[in-house]
Design a protein around this ligand. Sequence first.
Ligand code: UD1
Length: 364
Amino acid sequence: MKIILVVGARPNFMKIAPIIREFKRINFKDFLLVHTEQHYDYEMSKVFFDELELPVPDYFLNTGSGTHAEQTAKVMVEFEKVCFAEKPDIVIVVGDVNSTLACSIVSKKLDIKLAHVEAGLRSNDMTMPEEVNRILTDAVSDFLFVSEESGLKNLKNEGKKDEQIFFVGNVMIDNLYYYINKMNTTKNESDTASLKEKYGVVTLHRPSNIDIKSTYQGIIEALIEISRDMPLVFPIHPRSRKNMESFGLLELVNSSNIKLQPPLSYIEFLELWKDANIVFTDSGGIQEETTALGVPCFTLRKNTERPITVDEGTNTLVGNTKETIIDAYSHFIMGKSKQGRIPELWDGKSAKRIVDVLLKQSLA
Ligand code: UD1
């Protein structure tokens, strides 16, 4: 059986890494890695390959940026060539980026079995490009690997058959535990000594937060006010930096207690946020990772496709207006933050469950 794994953008790399680690552990060699290059900068892509021990991709599709249609179309054209040449039995896609959808459509039309890791998540907000990608990818997937209970419910409501749905837990958390364990075994005295100052971490890149000047400005004003009480570190996505500059917000930030940094590598970022007192984000994955390590997370959105992080974890949805963000922070400093617990099957063994299902299938 030949399997193709697809990566395209930053949040894909840490989800594919544990699956490849599992392939290596059981000595399964008949797989290929395809990088669509939706993300192409060193900080957005290459550094993750180095750190996450990912093999050099067998194919680079050189697709890059563009409008949604351009990006999706370019990936489809190039990925179809790979499928013609390699004739895989199964394609594995992860997450909800444009590359995920593009490769899903191609696979299905060539009658290749498609496995979607992180299936069933729904924000019910069709203005998010990722929501469109999730729904359409699940619509054509043969294997739906689900990370939290809401995903099971959503897929059943959408008429998926029980035999297609596998509740396996969260591969991103597999990766997190792998690196936390590694860090703990290499930790030395000076590491712990340097971590005493209180600070918060910020990440922002959703179009709904950074594409409209008044919204972005409100968020920045709230964060500047918060940074007077607790310094903030903000590793900034290239698009968010571009908009910050063009909206004239960069000077405000530079003269505040918010420290801008270029995008960080996986390990640099983990070292930063794991000891933070609070994280402000609009990322999907960070909502989950903070829940797994018990770090308070304020999500600057009105909805989440990962409701378990709110129901059971440390995540709070605070919206994206200046008032709601400052209000939530005031509650937090009064000691009203959530404790949270680790969701079911977020135990570091999700990749093993996925690979077990796929290899069993090949024997059937
Ligand atoms: C994409 C994903 C989003 C994910 C995010 C993580 C989609 C629809 N969105 O959003 O779900 O959370 O990645 O980062 O797939 N750019 C660079 N260097 C790069 C990549 C991008 O400078 O290596 C700039 C380009 O100007 C590009 C823009 O960022 O046009 C946006 O990149 P794109 O991949 O379209 O979407 P993201 O906003 O990164």
